[in-house]
Design a protein around this ligand. Structure first.
Ligand code: DGY
Length: 315
């Protein structure tokens, strides 16, 4: 059996499947993980982890015999890709299988924050309905949707927008040919145009804080921000200020600068809907992601090929 190191907790069904197929050691269960790794790291040919936990250069350097990494999740901003590329180690991940559920969650947040679903729920539960009527909310259908990052998830969001008769434009590093949606090269112009600005871009050093005070001002007092990508894309202090003083109308957030200990100011605001980084967390999608994590490891050890590897890590 191949010796595989597990870094960080994984879903119980994935952990159970891993121990059936591989000789698994859980790094986080060792009393002093990094000291333990310095003594035993050379024994492992595989590493299994998640997008949330990732693997930095220090961890990868402590695994001199490492040949493959398999990660649960589509994001790879927590991995040191350069360190992996230098050693020709492929990074398996779980794209595509989560597109629909993440896009559904983006629309869930969008409709919720615009129509006040969670707010209305609190209104009814608290008995406030017996004392007065609920506030007027914002129409979703027919509005303008700006998507930042029209990758696989962004395109699934754009498809859903057609059912709401929304006009869609997107901002990407490069315009994509043959798409019906208009490319907007200027992020500020997209924010000014949009009623809803949805973040579906990959995170990374170049994208940190790309949604700052200026973009929020451009989105304006009738505009909503939805983030199902990564908290690091947003200057969160600027977002909290914009939500507080009405610079924007509201936000729907699945991801935050710090998780799970989010900025307490967000909890106190009624114009924000919060999810616990769970956009892909349906039973069906989780099962597909688990299967892909296993397939990526299994395939590599059987044939040297990772079925779904982060581009540039498998060549
Ligand atoms: C992903 O798949 O990257 C999710 O955000 C979970 O981390």
């Amino acid at each position: 059996m191949e010796r595989v190191l597990q870094h960080g907790r994984l879903l119980p069904q994935l952990e159970q499947a891993l121990v059936r197929e591989f000789d698994i050691t859980r790094l986080h269960e060792q009393p002093e993980p990094m000291a333990w790794l310095a003594r035993h790291g050379a024994a492992f040919s595989g590493l299994v982890t998640s997008a949330r936990v990732g693997a930095d250069r220090a961890l990868l350097s402590a695994l001199p015999a490492l040949r493959v990494v398999s990660s649960f999740g589509v994001g790879f901003d927590t991995f040191d890709l350069e360190a992996l590329r230098e050693r020709g180690i492929p990074l398996g991940y779980t794209p595509d299988v989560l597109n629909d559920c993440v896009a559904d969650a983006a629309f869930g947040l969008l409709i919720d924050v615009a129509r006040g679903v969670c707010l209305a729920d609190r209104f009814v539960r608290s008995g406030a309905w017996e004392r007065g009527s609920f506030v007027s909310t914002t129409r979703v259908s027919g509005k303008r949707l700006g998507i930042v990052g029209l990758g696989r998830i962004g395109r699934a969001i754009a498809r859903r927008a057609t059912g709401f008769d929304m006009a869609v434009r997107y901002h990407n590093r490069r315009p994509l040919p043959d798409l019906p949606q208009a490319h907007e090269p200027d992020l500020l112009a997209l924010a000014r145009w949009a009623d809803f600005l949805v973040l579906a871009a990959s995170a990374g050093p170049g994208a940190d804080g790309m949604i700052g005070a200026e973009v929020l001002r451009a989105l304006g007092p009738q505009g909503f921000l939805i983030n199902i990508a990564r908290g690091s894309l947003v200057d969160e202090a600027a977002l909290v200020a914009a939500l507080r003083d009405g610079t924007i109308a509201g936000a729907g957030l699945d991801v935050f600068a710090r998780e799970p200990d989010i900025d307490p100011a967000l909890r106190a605001l009624d114009n924000v809907v919060l999810m616990p980084h769970a956009a892909s967390a349906t039973r069906e999608t989780r099962a597909d992601m688990v299967a892909l994590v296993l397939e990526n490891l299994r395939g590599f050890f059987a044939s040297g090929r990772v079925a779904r590897a982060v581009p540039g890590t498998a060549d």
